[in-house]
Design a protein around this ligand. Structure first.
Ligand code: SF4
Length: 366
């Protein structure tokens, strides 16, 4: 427990420095007044942050208080909402504003009371209680779900995982600074503990994170891929060089027939041939390869792939050097012994299939 709270303190310090500046957000000890939280949470229920910002500003300018919003006509409110979609949210927001206004314009502060208002479910109620009133309420969105699953290395598959998360979340809630806490987790999920490439070496939770210790981050949360699909293991090798501002990558076009046929790819081994599995001796070129952690995961129609990614940075773009250094040392793999034609392509011109794109994203911090 002490270790968890020490990690949370580090998280909150990180958030003070790296958290997003959003028009409805204040940093503890300041709390955002309930009305802007209420507005923004209704808008964010099914819409992304960047779309919501101009709508939020417009609503706050036209109807600066909950009473102003309650007094507005529903037609004006829905007209101002146009473009955000899911109009039931606008109607519920307006009805809730009227109920709060009729109660003297005072917002309820508990999750139980907030949840009685139209359009406010447990998540939105938890968010308003935490952000506006510093309550220790449960606020678990997709980002936070992923972080908790990884931090405690929870292997229960989704969707059953969801109902098991609140007690773990409660263990993480700090005694002070509770309004910042869920927002810090959300930003961490956006920036560091991302779905595809968690950057554990930069993560303020890394001391106590069980997934970081056991290196199963990329497998969590467990999405329960159909058990009938076998798992193939393999490796992808990303060679880059940097002249000027933009890096270039060494790639080749895969044979027209077969997996990812005719597409641009990085050299790889194991996942796409008959002799599947990590082969620690297989390297496409002589280079100082650095293993990227954790492994990445991808689901094909007939199998799942677990891929180790390696990256190396080189000074020269002389492709002849790389041709000479090609080492097809997997003797049983005849397909790999045909020399593919490699070329350097800048990042802007790389049009990669999803698996290769995931591998490239995983190297962002290397
Ligand atoms: S250490 Fe890694 S897996 Fe754990 S929370 Fe941080 S980024 Fe996510």
């Amino acid at each position: 427990m002490a270790e968890i709270q020490s990690d949370i303190n580090t998280l909150l310090a990180w958030y003070k420095k790296a958290g997003r500046i959003l028009p409805w957000r204040s940093y503890w000890p300041d709390l955002t007044p309930a009305y802007p939280v209420f507005l923004s949470e209704f808008m964010l229920q099914q819409t992304g942050v960047s779309t919501v910002i101009p709508y939020f500003r417009n609503f706050l300018e036209r109807w600066p208080t909950i009473n102003d919003l309650a007094d507005a006509s529903i037609d004006d409110v829905t007209a101002a909402w146009a473009g955000l979609g899911y109009y039931a949210r606008a109607r519920n927001m307006h009805k809730s504003a009227q109920i709060i206004s009729n109660a003297g314009g005072i917002f309820p502060q508990t999750v139980a009371e907030l949840s009685k208002l139209p359009g406010i479910g447990p998540y939105t109620a938890g968010a308003i209680a935490a952000f506006a009133f510093d309550k220790p309420s449960i606020v678990i969105d997709g980002n936070i779900e992923r972080i908790i699953a990884r931090y405690f290395s929870l292997k229960t598959p989704l969707p059953a995982l969801k109902s098991t998360l609140p007690p773990y979340y409660q263990k993480m809630i700090p005694k002070r600074n509770r309004s910042d806490f869920p927002q810090a987790l959300m930003d961490l999920g956006n920036e560091i503990c991302t779905t595809i490439s968690p950057a554990c070496t930069h993560c303020p939770l890394s001391q106590g994170c069980l997934s970081a210790k056991t290196e199963n981050q990329a497998l969590l949360p467990n999405r329960l891929v159909k058990q009938t699909k076998p798992t193939r293991k393999g490796q992808i090798f990303i060679l880059r060089h940097k002249t000027g501002d933009a890096p270039e990558y060494l790639v080749y076009r895969r044979p027209a027939k077969g997996l990812l046929g005719g597409l641009i790819a990085f050299p790889s081994q194991g996942w796409d041939d008959k002799r599947q599995g990590f082969d620690p001796n297989w390297r496409p070129f002589k280079a100082d390869w650095v293993e990227v952690k954790p492994v990445i995961r991808h689901v094909f129609t007939h199998f799942k792939a677990e891929i180790k990614v390696f990256v190396s940075q080189v000074e020269t773009t002389n492709s002849k050097n790389w041709d000479d250094a090609f080492q097809p040392n997997n003797e049983t793999n005849n397909e790999q012994q045909d020399m593919p034609e490699f070329e350097w392509i800048s990042e802007a011109d790389l049009h990669l299939p999803k698996l290769m794109e995931k591998a490239l994203q995983a190297t962002t911090h290397y």
